[in-house]
Design a protein around this ligand. Structure first.
Ligand code: HEM
Length: 207
């Protein structure tokens, strides 16, 4: 069978010029609704609830891990909690600059990176402390400070989970990230005040 004859191309003037091309289809912006927050918030509540349930139900082991250079396992945790809080302060500062609330370093190229990495480092540093709290001490309520601390510990990880999901999600309202970022910072600050700051003001600043 012979090859079909190639159809000559139509005359160029019949080609639609760019001016005649319909404008490229712009995807209509999906409405930024609070409904988009339902799943991230539910996931955060589940994470906080699961930590609280584990902390309450499992038998605290009381184990203590000492680290060379520190006078007790407690001081290791106190200084790690202090480091996590200082990193969170860096993250708050860079967020305030990024949101135009502080008139410094506005165009600094390192701002976004410092914001992200200080947040990640604060979270990573908090993990071994929280693991010891949950595994060795559990969710305790023998006084108000300890109850508030235990509640804040669960809240902090719940808010963190929600913030990470909001970060990855399209269609969330513009206010969502600063609000959940603020809740994460508030949680960690409260943890610092109810543990490390309490320790320093009760037993003095020591390693
Ligand atoms: C995840 C949930 C958490 C629970 C249920 C929890 C619970 C507790 C409890 C019951 C104590 C003993 C309080 C005392 O007798 O003084 C404690 C101590 C402490 N917690 Fe937590 N905590 C949690 C998360 C965290 C986090 C995220 C941090 C820091 C970033 C932290 C830092 C500390 C420190 C520094 C102490 C004092 C050292 C000690 O007594 O071992 N906790 N925690």
């Amino acid at each position: 069978m012979s090859a079909p004859m190639e159809q000559p191309l139509p005359a160029t003037d019949s080609w639609p010029t760019p001016a005649k091309l319909p404008p490229p289809a712009v995807e209509p912006a999906s409405p930024k609704t609070a409904a988009a927050l339902i799943v991230p918030v539910l996931a955060g509540c589940l994470a906080a609830g699961a930590l609280g349930a584990y902390g309450k139900l499992h038998e605290p082991t009381g184990i203590a891990v000492n680290v060379a250079g520190f006078s007790s396992p407690q001081t290791v945790k106190v200084w790690l909690a202090t480091l996590a809080f200082l990193l969170a302060l860096v993250q708050l500062f860079t967020a305030l600059v990024m949101y135009g609330k502080l008139p410094v370093f506005r165009d600094a190229s390192w701002l976004g990176g410092v914001h992200r990495w200080s947040g990640r480092a604060a979270f990573i540093v908090s993990i071994p402390v929280a693991l010891h709290c949950l595994y060795a001490l559990g969710f305790a309520d023998y006084d108000t400070r300890v109850l508030v601390h235990s509640l804040l510990g669960c809240f902090f990880y719940g808010a963190f989970a929600t913030k990470m999901l909001v970060l990855a999600k399209k269609g969330v309202p513009n206010w969502a990230l600063p609000v959940f970022g603020g809740l994460v910072f508030t949680g960690l600050s409260g943890l610092f005040v109810t543990s490390a700051l309490w320790f320093f003001t009760t037993f003095g600043v020591k390693f």
